[in-house]
Design a protein around this ligand. Structure first.
Ligand code: SF4
Length: 86
């Protein structure tokens, strides 16, 4: 059983953009995610956020136009980025 949720740079960024946590501090984000997510899904949640951060929601150029969770996202710039050409 997991002892916590690993919060790396991808998890930190995605947690903020998706509105899952409200902090810039990894330990605070972990605490908020641990309340939100059932314990048996902590490892899977970390894996999914990292995967999505690597494949779609990059730090500099998130691919909002191709994002499968666009409607769940709380990132303010997502609508502009979804219509960006190039
Ligand atoms: S809509 Fe954009 S900012 Fe939101 S999760 Fe998807 S890629 Fe990231």
């Amino acid at each position: 059983m997991a002892e916590g949720i690993a919060v790396d740079t991808h998890v930190l960024r995605l947690s903020s953009r998706l509105g899952l946590a409200q902090s810039e501090v990894a330990s605070k984000v972990e605490e908020q995610l641990m309340v939100l997510v059932p314990r048996d899904r902590w490892i899977r949640t970390t894996d999914l956020l990292i995967f999505h951060g690597r494949k779609t929601c990059g730090a500099r150029q998130p691919a909002c136009g191709h994002c499968p969770i666009f409607t769940l996202c709380r990132f303010e710039g997502r609508h502009v980025l979804a219509h960006r050409v190039g």
